[in-house]
Write a protein that binds this ligand. Structure first.
Ligand SMILES: [Ca+2]
Length: 188
């Protein structure tokens, strides 16, 4: 091989190596973001229900139907959940985000349970209007190993709705809008 050809080859190898490193760094910087349509649950157990709503992503959300009377009464029971299976590829600390809307201050929470761990309360500040949608987070982070995990959204009060939820290992960043579901992380 001529010296010039050798040098060009060395440069090409260095360039490809550099580009790969750059791409890997970009992938790492973007983090692992697992976005799920709340209605795409593997299992929905009452009182949790899927609700058709044209304003929601995918035309649907999940909710705990409003009890009559709201929040009280002999018949009032907190029960039911939506269950999802996800496959995590990057182990680490994840922040849970829900794209949610509250009925009022007695209808603004769910529980979030990962695997057999204790459920964590997911309660958010009520907006100025009834059913004001937005991304809300849980302060406590979830430690996830690589592999399959079960996530449950549990009923906690009657009335609140959830359109999407997300687990994101870039814990400093804040989502601003609804996103396409990342189906590659879902296990059916
Ligand atoms: Ca949805």
């Amino acid at each position: 091989m001529k010296r010039g050809t050798k040098r060009r080859l060395a440069w090409s190898v260095a360039l490809v190596f550099g580009l790969s490193l750059g791409l890997a760094a970009m992938a790492l910087a973007a983090g692992e973001k697992i976005v799920v349509e709340a209605e795409a649950a593997n299992k929905v157990v009452k009182k949790m229900e899927v609700l058709a709503d044209p304003a929601c992503s995918g035309g649907k959300c999940v909710w705990a139907p409003v009890n009559r009377p709201h929040g009280v009464g002999a018949e009032y029971k907190v029960e039911g959940y939506c269950e999802y299976k996800i496959k995590v590829s990057t182990a680490g600390a994840y922040k849970f985000w829900g794209y949610v809307a509250a009925l009022d201050a007695c209808g603004n929470s769910f529980g979030v349970q990962v695997d057999d761990n204790d459920p964590v309360k997911f309660e958010w500040a009520v907006g100025q209007q009834k059913y004001q949608w937005g991304w809300r987070d849980i302060k406590q982070l979830f430690q996830l190993s690589a592999g399959v995990h079960t996530v449950k959204i549990l009923m906690s009060e009657d009335g609140p709705k959830m359109d999407q939820w997300m687990l994101w290992n870039d814990t400093r960043r804040v989502p601003v809008k609804l996103m396409p579901a990342t189906l590659e992380f879902l296990v059916k």
